[in-house]
Design a protein around this ligand. Structure first.
Ligand code: GUN
Length: 294
């Protein structure tokens, strides 16, 4: 048996079309064009790629978008001033501070400076709190994309055992909160494992849905997966590949070739969760624009 490969590119394209229509109606009614500004600090090559595709996704829909690129040695004060300006700018409905930041910057201080109403990443403590309480708020893009993939693929979460590998603030913690919430795409029994968890593979082998978000190439082996389970691979890792023109290629946190012989459905890397993250960023930008214009 070979797993169904979940086509994140196609699902994300469908969602972008729906968002484009929804936005057109909103723009016609309010004369407001959704706007997203991304702040990028330094020259991390992976971040540069992500930021470009975020901006392009907005421009493709005819929305306003800009990237503010600051040098790697930019000060905390410079970042604070930049955020304050964007907080006050009526053209801007979403502010995204691309992570990771250089070590000398206080990441939490800056994330908390972003107006919660413009926090398209859902990283502000107010929005994290609202997610846990089940209140309306922007939800982190990758977790929201994972949930939407499961819904679109008709993969039941209610009552199912979901194992999340990784406890990051960007993926592990929020996806656990989201999938245990009441309602569609939720009601799961969730277990979060991390680098200190013991007997990892005996836990993952019980998962109906296994979400790998550890940032270690091909960490999850075929033998860790319950036959027929759904495997969601969040990892985007660069590994050396002399045969590739760029000298590297992207692999996930799951040993894809091995896993696909055991799983019932699996997301590829690239082309699985990544495009959904961008689609959900557009979703959150429109959500913030509507909320701010209400
Ligand atoms: N770096 C990696 N993923 C993300 C994300 O979802 N948001 C931000 N701001 N930075 C990231």
């Amino acid at each position: 048996m070979s797993a169904r490969i979940i086509d994140g590119v196609a699902i994300a394209a469908r969602i972008r079309e729906q968002l484009a229509e929804e936005a057109q109606a909103f723009i016609k009614r309010t004369r407001v064009r959704p706007g997203l500004v991304v702040i990028l600090v330094g020259d991390n090559p992976a971040s540069q790629v992500y930021v470009r595709s975020k901006r392009k996704a907005c421009l493709d829909l005819g929305w306003y978008s800009d990237v503010i690129h600051l040098p790697a040695d930019a000060t905390q004060e410079r970042l604070e001033e930049t955020i304050d300006k964007l907080n006050a700018d009526p053209m801007v409905h979403g502010i995204l501070l691309q992570l990771p930041l250089p070590d000398h910057l206080n990441e939490q201080g800056l994330l908390q400076r972003i107006r919660p109403e413009k926090d398209v990443d859902g990283f502000h403590p107010i929005n994290v709190g609202k997610l846990v309480l089940g209140l309306p708020a922007p939800v982190p893009c990758t977790p929201l994309g994972i949930q939407r993939l499961l819904i679109e693929e008709h993969i039941e979460t209610a009552g199912k055992f979901v194992v999340v590998l990784g406890r990051s603030n960007i993926v592990g913690k929020p996806v656990a909160s989201l999938l245990m919430r009441k309602g569609s795409g939720g009601d799961a029994t969730v277990c979060v494992c991390h680098s200190r968890s013991e007997n990892l593979s005996s836990i993952t082998r019980q998962a109906d849905i296994l979400i790998a978000a550890v940032g270690r190439p091909r960490f999850v082996k075929a033998g860790w997966i319950k036959p027929g389970a759904t495997v969601i691979d969040v990892g985007i890792n660069r590994v050396n590949d002399p045969d590739s023109p760029r000298g590297y290629r992207l692999v996930g946190d799951v040993d894809f070739e091995g896993a696909k012989a055991v799983a019932g459905a699996i997301t590829p890397v690239p082309g699985g969760v990544g495009p959904m993250t961008i689609a959900m960023l557009l979703h959150n930008t429109l959500w913030c624009a509507k909320n701010l214009s209400a």
